[in-house]
Write a protein that binds this ligand. Structure first.
Ligand SMILES: CCCCC/C=C/C(=O)SCCNC(=O)CCNC(=O)[C@H](O)C(C)(C)COP(=O)(O)OP(=O)(O)OC[C@H]1O[C@@H](n2cnc3c(N)ncnc32)[C@H](O)[C@@H]1OP(=O)(O)O
Length: 392
């Protein structure tokens, strides 16, 4: 699905999309007061080709649907099958425009492209070193304030499932945070979930090389992604605002502190999914909580409450949900006032002893998972979820 937008774009803009840093776009899709001419529309299509960065699937689906509505009128494609995810997303987007007049669709398309371009100007005016809100991400909200860089997973309607774009954006945000002037970095989730783990629709975008290539690419991405957590040089703190699943749980073993709401749960249903542990959890969990307790989680998929996870050492401290945000952020702000170099050096001396081992574990876990992703057990579990036959 992550490449969906590029495919969409190429369908009506044959040259590659090259884009901009992309903030939240405020659209007024029903604006009809102004009317874009055919020339404006063509200019906007040309502008899209000049974009330097992928503006994200949602926006590109919007561009696609407006383009189709403006040129062909209401959706006239037969509804694709439920497993034809890419065409189904396109159909849904176009069909959602109903009987929107062609001229309005044309105007909305022009407005959308213009807002993409102006967003580039506003984001480039942000001065480095000042408190800032990053607008360059589609799946994250990144802010830097009071010495804390906060990376917030921001796909609340999908329970903050990690799609391919989010993996890349988190790596980018971590690399930026490692160099910025903040003292500590925090990962948290927007909405009721911390994260539901790997987005299972990641398995549906099969490249020309087939499922083997897909599994190989997945293993490369995962290894690089987990590597960023192993190597992150500043104190990294998880603020677990709600349930956590899969990779969002396993990674916690690589954080320096984990604060959880009492609403949070911790679930790694790898066997149910025909998969195997990642995020270095096959090494960190037995060390943190004893081999038997780690087996209950990683092999048998036992879901822990926040209290249980704290008793087993995975969580540092649990707070009542009603006061969670206030208490945690008060504490984090105090931590962020400590001398940053001392914190960095202390983390380094703790982590350095383990770094080589962690990278070796990461490599091995990714290689094992690459094989699991090709197994019938895994494929059946994913199909069951996508056809809504099963949930955790
Ligand atoms: C390349 C690196 C690979 C790294 C390996 C990582 C492995 C893992 O992380 S394994 C864990 C994978 N995660 C799951 O198996 C969770 C699957 N999700 C669920 O079981 C449920 O959605 C739930 C228990 C997390 C929440 O249930 P509920 O409260 O009933 O909410 P919905 O199911 O209606 O979810 C709302 C919306 O979000 C979509 N969604 C949620 N989680 C995922 C997900 N992991 N992948 C894809 N989509 C997810 C869900 O499909 C709903 O979407 P809509 O139907 O479009 O509203």
């Amino acid at each position: 699905m992550a490449h969906l937008a590029w495919r969409l774009a190429q369908r009506w803009c044959p040259s590659s999309l090259q884009v901009i840093s992309f903030p939240v776009v405020q659209l007024h899709l029903n604006r009809t007061a102004m009317r874009a001419s055919q020339k404006d529309f063509e200019n906007a299509m040309n502008q899209v080709k000049l974009l330097k960065k992928d503006p994200g699937n949602e926006v590109k689906l919007k561009l696609y649907s407006l383009y189709k509505q403006a040129t062909e009128g209401p959706c006239n494609m037969p509804k694709p099958g439920v497993f034809d995810l890419i065409n189904k997303a396109k159909w849904d987007a176009w069909n959602a425009l109903g009987s929107l007049p062609k001229e309005t669709a044309r105007q909305n398309y022009v407005d959308l492209v213009s807002s993409l371009s102006s967003s580039l100007e506003s984001s480039s005016q942000v001065e480095p070193g000042t408190d800032r809100k990053s607008t360059g991400y589609e799946t994250l909200m990144v802010t830097s304030e009071d010495g804390i860089t906060k990376i917030m997973l921001n796909r609340p309607t999908k329970k903050n499932a990690l799609n391919v774009e989010m993996y890349h954006e988190i790596m980018h945000a971590l690399k930026a945070a490692s160099k910025d002037d903040s003292a500590i970095t925090v990962l948290t989730g927007n909405g009721d979930y911390y994260s539901s783990g790997n987005d299972l629709t990641n398995f549906t975008d099969i490249p020309p090389g087939g499922v083997e290539e897909k599994a190989k690419n997945g293993a490369i991405l995962l290894r690089e992604f987990v590597g960023c957590f192993i190597d992150f040089p500043k104190p990294l703190i998880a603020v677990v605002n709600g349930p956590a699943v899969g990779i969002s749980v396993t990674l916690l073993g690589l954080f320096d502190a984990v604060y959880a709401s009492d609403r949070a749960t911790f679930h790694t249903p790898f066997s149910h999914l025909g998969q195997s542990p990642e995020g270095c959890s096959s090494y960190t969990f037995p060390k943190i909580m004893s081999p038997a307790k780690a087996t209950e989680m990683l092999v048998f998929g036992k879901k822990l409450t926040a209290g249980e996870a704290c008793a087993q050492g995975l969580v540092t401290e649990v707070f009542p949900d009603s006061t969670f945000q206030k208490e945690v952020w008060t504490r984090l702000k105090a931590f962020a006032k400590l001398p940053p170099n001392a914190m960095r050096i202390s983390k380094e001396i703790i982590r350095n002893r383990e770094k080589e081992k962690l990278h070796a574990v990461n490599a091995e876990e990714c290689s094992v998972l690459q094989g699991r992703w090709l197994s019938d057990e895994c494929m059946n579990a994913v199909v069951n979820f996508l056809s809504r036959k099963s949930k955790l």
